[in-house]
Design a protein around this ligand. Sequence first.
Ligand SMILES: Nc1nc2c(ncn2[C@@H]2O[C@H](COP(=O)(O)OP(=O)(O)OP(=O)(O)O)[C@@H](O)[C@H]2O)c(=O)[nH]1
Ligand SMILES: Nc1nc2c(ncn2[C@@H]2O[C@H](COP(=O)(O)OP(=O)(O)OP(=O)(O)O)[C@@H](O)[C@H]2O)c(=O)[nH]1
Ligand SMILES: [Mg+2]
Ligand SMILES: [Mg+2]
Lengths: 289, 278
Amino acid sequence: AITEKFEGVVRRLRGKAIITEKNVADAMREVRMALLEADVNYAVVREFVKTVEKKALGADVLKSVSPAQQFVKIVHDELVELMGPVEPGIPQPDSPTIIMLAGLQGSGKTTTAAKVASYLLRKGRRPSMVAADVQRPAAVEQLKILGGQLGVEVFSGEGKAPDICVRAVERARLVGTSDVILDTAGRLHIDEEMMMEVKDIARRTEPHQVYLVCDAMTGQDAVNSAKAFDEELSLDGVILTKLDGDARGGAALSVKAVTGKPIKFIGVGEKLDKLEEFHPDRMADRILG
Amino acid sequence: FRRARQVDAAFLEELEEILIGADVGVETTMSIAEDLRRAARDTGTADPEELYGILKRDVESRLRKGESDVTLADSSPTVILVAGVNGTGKTTSIAKLAAYYMGQGKKVLLSASDTFRAAATEQLGIWADRIGADIVRHKMGSDPAAVAFDACEAAAARGVDILIVDTAGRLHTDSNLMRELSKIKSVVARKIPGAPHEVLLVLDATAGQNAISQARNFKQAIEITGIFLAKLDGTAKGGIVVAICDKLGIPVKFVGLGEGADDIEPFDAELFSRALFE
Ligand SMILES: Nc1nc2c(ncn2[C@@H]2O[C@H](COP(=O)(O)OP(=O)(O)OP(=O)(O)O)[C@@H](O)[C@H]2O)c(=O)[nH]1
Ligand SMILES: Nc1nc2c(ncn2[C@@H]2O[C@H](COP(=O)(O)OP(=O)(O)OP(=O)(O)O)[C@@H](O)[C@H]2O)c(=O)[nH]1
Ligand SMILES: [Mg+2]
Ligand SMILES: [Mg+2]
């Protein structure tokens, strides 16, 4: 863990009144390694290390705290500041509130759509879901089964995804659904046709919230897809999935750094109640290992 | 990058950015850099093409540990067990493998042994219909090992050449699910001598360092014989397989290049190594 690595480097700080350039450089090298091993993007790490180095230099070594601990605190606090702040919950300015999920193949969108529905049910809302993935075999069936488990209506239909979504929203207004969750097909950010489709869905349904669903084990590529989805859809937030594993989750920092959009929730299991609100301090601990 | 004349600090920094950016990871990147530094010093070369060649061959040699072909069993059926964490592309990769072998005139049977996830067997069923492969399915919630057992019996009875077993996505850190997976493997092993002949771990090309942990845990549980690297048609380079093959000796056997049944290629270490630097 990073504290142990710091202990070695910073043992030499004992008895010193301030943190000097040389011992900061050594400590920053350890931080850089830890962040890269945690899958934080290369360029994001470079910027982060520069920022933290400035904060550490000239910082007084507190008498009551070991220099190693203070170093970790500076790094930890900077991580928390970068990944926060968090506005808990899903804003609901209107009825129905339209929530759209998008992201790469297999990131967890369909499961997350049902988890969001479950979350809203627990808040006393009456959500419905839209099976707008018309290309993956049995995708509609998958969402219908999940909807059945929750007692939540799943709208599906014939034709293209944007048309299905438009019809679903119209129906939601008629029946008084409080929230409409659009589950879209997984797609590559470099697939022009698919990016046009998801943009079309957003243009025609005007979602109040657009969330990127991103797999926590994603490596250096996280910034590429996040940036592209943000540029095309103007995201309102990010949901990081599969955090019940042992992925350090550096993608969280990368995605936040490159889009500036808040991480709203994390997926911590396959069951539909496994959606938690995002806590930057817990994520910082996890990334630092 | 290809214009570098010497292995100096600037060159190494650029190399590091390329390799780490490709998810090769810090440890393996430093090892490759060290190899290059030593080779440059020993040969005294200043030719950029030669340096680039040394580099590419170094990466390639790390990828060539282990057997990168799938050896079909002497007696039918050859059994291929497919596993991996959630959403990496197992079910779709199985459809691709089935189509690949059917294209070689082989008779293929699929075992829909993901009895947990919503619409998992329906998904594989649709693929089976599309490509004309045979399939054994039970209903959702049934014992996955029982499905595999029945599929083994059907494979023998129907004179199938290749049996491919789909399993539910599972986190390598979930000991109950990993135990379930080894049980599926034992059942297949007891039913068909020599089975499973191949155990493929499907990895998502966008995965970072966690894929090493996945490979390690799955290897311990069910002895992975090869990797199917899916979603390589994205912008991720999948460089994590360099670290995995180097450290754990598990070779990549196939890559997935899209969502269709023919979006599969046998792994080519030279092509992959070259693509890392492009
Ligand atoms: N362990 C764990 N598994 C998850 C989590 N979220 C989703 N999954 C699993 O990940 C796999 C993929 O989930 P899906 O919901 O089908 O992913 P998707 O993004 O809709 O996939 P596509 O529609 O094909 O792009 C499934 O096996 C899910 O059960 C999570 O938070 N933890
Ligand atoms: N672009 C691209 N997408 C792929 C590739 N392989 C699989 N996919 C997509 O990834 C998503 C997940 O694929 P699945 O085959 O359902 O993955 P899985 O590992 O079986 O998922 P679980 O059973 O839920 O763990 C689907 O949308 C597939 O179409 C690939 O090589 N390229
Ligand atoms: Mg889906
Ligand atoms: Mg599957």
